[in-house]
Ligand binder design. Structure first.
Ligand SMILES: C[S@@+](CC[C@H](N)C(=O)[O-])C[C@H]1O[C@@H](n2cnc3c(N)ncnc32)[C@H](O)[C@@H]1O
Length: 247
């Protein structure tokens, strides 16, 4: 055992294109002795790991958990306390619909040194990759980022604001759309589903609130994808028309 405690870096890997990790995040990744990564943290980043680094997948996807959260916390502690430089690599930003805060609180309680290195969230990057801004001066000024899946089947939120961005909504798209329509938003509202945004396999399906469920089925949209609702969606085609024609 080394006589000095190590440090944990909780790093956002970015939305999918590996080059969208921060310079700081990549620096820490290259030096790490141990890397614990999620499915959503892009695999290409792992080639930057040191040859002798211990690289462990602790991903959770569609109800399949390679490791439960308490096991991940324990691994972070185990390696840090034995003096290692540990990277916890998480998809997008580690604090947005991610359990970065739970890991940080656990480490804090255990007296382990840690640092949070933010990442570019898919909530912003996937729309940007299709030319969709989230706001526009003087016209669209409010954005809500929401989950399309609540634990124990809880009520889906649909607040009154210009743009709604749902993560984890695809398996539950019908329920999400119904919640939005119940909130009195016009059924003709523009919306889009963006699948694997910023990657080579990215894809967009655009429609209206009353057509999007059928379109999602027709084009077999898969996770990871975001669902974006609001007039702002209409800008995308003007910016990157070529990206909208391939499906
Ligand atoms: C558990 S959340 C983690 C979000 C992540 N922390 C972030 O900031 O992007 C997983 C959800 O993020 C969204 N997501 C992640 N990567 C994506 C991508 N490249 N394109 C579209 N949506 C993505 C999907 O909605 C997916 O179900």
């Amino acid at each position: 055992m080394k006589n000095k405690k190590g440090k944990v870096y909780i790093i956002g890997a970015g939305p999918g294109d590996w080059k969208l990790i921060s310079v700081k995040g990549l620096e820490k990744l290259k030096k790490a002795n141990v890397i614990l990564y999620d499915f959503l943290a892009t695999d290409e980043l792992l080639r930057f790991a040191k040859k002798n680094a211990r690289v462990i997948c602790v991903g959770k996807r569609d109800g399949m958990h390679l490791k439960e959260q308490h096991e991940i916390n324990k691994l972070l502690f185990k390696y840090a306390v034995s003096g290692e430089s540990v990277v916890r690599l998480k998809g997008g930003d580690p604090f947005l619909f991610s359990r970065g805060i739970e890991e940080a609180l656990y480490l804090k309680n255990k007296g382990i040194d840690f640092e949070i290195i933010p990442g570019i969230t898919s909530a912003f990057a996937a729309p940007a990759s299709f030319g969709i801004p989230l706001t526009r001066k003087g016209r669209f000024s409010s954005v809500a980022i929401l989950t399309g899946r609540k634990s124990n089947g809880g009520k889906i939120d649909a607040p009154r604001c210009d743009t709604l961005i749902y993560l984890m909504a695809i398996g539950n798209i019908k329920k999400v759309v119904n919640a939005i329509i119940r909130s009195k938003r016009d059924k003709n509202s523009s919306c889009a589903i963006i699948e694997r945004g910023t990657t080579n396999g990215e894809r967009i399906v655009t429609g209206r609130l009353d057509t999007i469920v059928e379109l999602a089925e027709r084009f077999s949209v898969q996770s990871p994808a975001i669902f974006i609702v609001g007039k702002i969606v209409d800008y995308g085609k003007r910016i990157y028309e070529h990206k909208y024609n391939k499906r």
